[in-house]
Design a protein around this ligand. Structure first.
Ligand code: URA
Length: 195
């Protein structure tokens, strides 16, 4: 795992996921803390083998404190059912833990402040696979500007852990033709990491 420091402490938090949430949920490192209703840490199985990572909380997530609580969450649930999984089997979180106003893209400075939390979540959960959902999550994590369609179907490493990229569930709401590609991506996940 690459060395990313948790809150300038030069070390990872190595306790339980819930305790880590409690430790950081009052974060004031960037200005999103002033506009958020809830810090959206993540949810799901703390022993998951697969972790799905989205971009940032939207309106519903900010109001409920849970990731993928709105319409794109329903699509994500449908995609999980393609591989006989539910949210109880996986872990879900976002690159940013707080909602950017009007759902604008995360700023590089916000990513710099928040990414160590994601790295520390991965350090605690130790999944076999990270699935980046959508262009913003994928490009932020992989530090690239490549188009999403070119990022699919390849295995990357993030902090020593395998990472695959697929479309954001909201992209399926806008363009149902992407469903075939998403099915292919989930089949790949199934064959390589579940079967
Ligand atoms: N979109 C995201 O990227 N994350 C969420 O939690 C909800 C919508």
């Amino acid at each position: 795992m690459q060395q990313i420091y948790y809150q300038n402490n030069n070390q990872y938090f190595t306790g339980k996921l819930d305790s880590f949430n409690q430790l950081i949920s009052n974060c004031q490192k960037c200005s999103l803390s002033k506009t958020r209703n809830n810090f959206v840490f993540g949810s799901g199985n703390p022993n998951a083998k697969i972790i799905f990572v989205g971009e940032a909380p939207g309106k519903h997530e900010d109001l409920t404190g849970s990731p993928f609580a709105g319409r794109s969450g329903k699509i994500l649930d449908q995609n999980l059912s393609l591989i006989n999984m539910t949210r109880k089997d996986i872990y879900i979180c976002n690159v940013l833990k707080c909602r950017p106003p009007n759902n604008r893209d995360p700023l590089p400075s916000e990513v710099d402040e928040c990414e160590p939390y994601l790295i520390n979540q991965l350090y605690i959960i130790k999944p076999k696979l990270i699935v980046a959902l959508g262009r913003v999550a994928a490009c932020t994590i992989l530090k690239t500007k490549e188009a999403l369609k070119n990022l699919r179907n390849k295995i990357y490493k993030y902090g020593g852990i395998d990472l695959l990229v697929t479309y954001h569930p909201a992209a399926l709401l806008r363009n149902p033709n992407l469903k075939k590609n998403v099915c292919d991506d989930f089949n790949l996940i199934y064959k390589k990491y579940i079967q």
